[in-house]
Design a protein around this ligand. Structure first.
Ligand SMILES: C[S@@+](CC[C@H](N)C(=O)[O-])C[C@H]1O[C@@H](n2cnc3c(N)ncnc32)[C@H](O)[C@@H]1O
Length: 381
């Protein structure tokens, strides 16, 4: 944003404020211009915009930037709180996601019918080591760190479930999730605020526990993983997604670049940093970061480059944990091109379950897990 734009925005904001107070005309184009720069709900008295008649296109902007955030704010009070949030890291992570819920999504998948967990796993991972043990019945599901609900809703529509509990630190994220669930008519999901590190005494157990993009934001990912394993029934399965150290090497370089400068995580700093990175696109690390989907908005860019707590892991580390905990590795989720390339490189690993071989494959193809390691494990019955 240039200084000239800032000055014009200041004038538009003052005009809007005066027009709301005087009940005089507001040009739709001026309102939309303001909305393009900052959400309307952040403007003082903006709720009064809803009492006026607007063209349909402006109504849609008002819905996204005023009605939906107002509905979320109203919904927060009814979200139950299951645990205290006292640990320093949990508080810092919570603060980040209260300010920037991730992701702010619009639409999601709608499978024609829900699968039994076991059917899904046997079809997705043929020849896997899955030992059927209760995964055929309607599952009790826990989504740990459900964020804004896309993940919880996808799981609830994909698997036949008896109950779905979805917890997160951030009330803003949970309120977004709750609103989207209602809007989409999703199957019932119990949303609750909780620090997953404190769930040991929840007094419930589950057939499926999902932790997608969450454990690597804990002070100790493995300690959190163990807490969740404690809630898993014998024979139950866990779907986990974790950052790869190899795939995020360019993010690591970008974070070092940021650390040498004075950028903080506020939107104006993120905008300035993005200009610097765009100017350096001739360097592979900057090109990679600029090309990431999360680079596009200040909120997701904060998640990508300014996270207050981020670990990255390797497949040998994960394999070591699985061995130590006696877990059965079911399989890695990978696209068909990756699976074909792996099968050509390691034809002897027909079930594609050898994590040491996958590590070699990833070392040779370092962008394989840009979308995180996503995999399934089973707790022995
Ligand atoms: C990157 S988002 C991922 C959200 C969701 N799982 C998805 O895949 O879209 C990480 C989420 O984990 C939550 N989280 C981080 N630490 C947590 C903790 N200790 N307990 C519960 N939730 C946590 C954050 O609040 C945030 O909403």
């Amino acid at each position: 944003m240039t200084d000239a734009e800032e000055a014009k925005l200041g004038r538009l904001r003052a005009e809007l404020h005066a027009a709301l107070a005087a009940n005089s005309r507001i040009a739709p184009a001026h309102l939309v211009a303001l909305a393009a720069y900052a959400p309307l709900h952040a403007l003082p008295d903006s709720e009064r915009l809803l009492g006026r008649v607007w063209p349909e296109e402006v109504e849609q902007v008002l819905t996204q930037q005023l009605r939906e955030p107002l509905a979320e704010r109203a919904g927060m009070a009814s979200i139950p709180r299951l645990t205290a949030i006292e640990a320093k890291v949990s508080q810092a992570v919570r603060r980040q996601y209260e300010e920037n819920p991730y992701p702010r999504w619009v639409s999601t998948i709608r499978p024609r019918e829900a699968f039994a967990l076991e059917t899904y796993l046997l079809e997705t991972f043929p020849g896997s080591a899955l030992r059927p043990a209760g995964t055929g019945r309607d599952a009790d599901v826990l989504i740990a760190g459900c964020g804004t609900g896309q993940h919880a809703i996808e799981t609830a529509v994909t698997f036949r479930s008896r109950s779905v509990l979805a917890v997160d630190l951030s009330l803003a994220s949970l309120a977004y999730a709750q609103r989207k669930s209602r809007e989409l008519g999703a199957p019932p999901i119990e949303y609750a605020q909780a620090d997953l590190m404190e769930l040991r005494d929840l007094g419930r157990s589950f057939d499926l526990v999902e932790a997608g993009g969450v454990l690597h934001h804990l002070a100790d990912p493995f300690a959190g993983w163990r807490v969740l394993l404690g809630l898993l029934r014998p024979g139950g399965v866990m779907r986990v997604a974790l950052y790869s150290e190899i795939a995020r090497r360019h993010v690591v370089t970008a974070r070092a670049f940021i650390a040498e400068r004075t950028y903080g995580s506020k939107a104006s700093d993120i905008r300035a940093l993005r200009q610097e990175l765009i100017a350096r696109r001739d360097q592979p690390w900057a090109a990679s970061v600029v090309g990431s989907g999360d680079f596009a908005t200040t909120s997701t860019c904060r998640d990508l480059l300014f996270h207050v707590q981020e670990h990255r892991l390797s497949l040998p580390q994960i394999a070591g944990f699985l061995e130590a905990e006696g877990l059965v590795f079911i399989g890695l989720e990978a696209g068909s091109a990756t699976r074909a390339a792996y099968a050509a490189r390691f034809p002897e690993d027909r079930a594609m379950r050898n994590l040491r071989a996958w590590h070699v494959f990833e070392s040779e193809n370092p962008d394989t897990f840009l979308g995180m390691y996503q995999f399934w494990v089973q707790k022995p019955a």
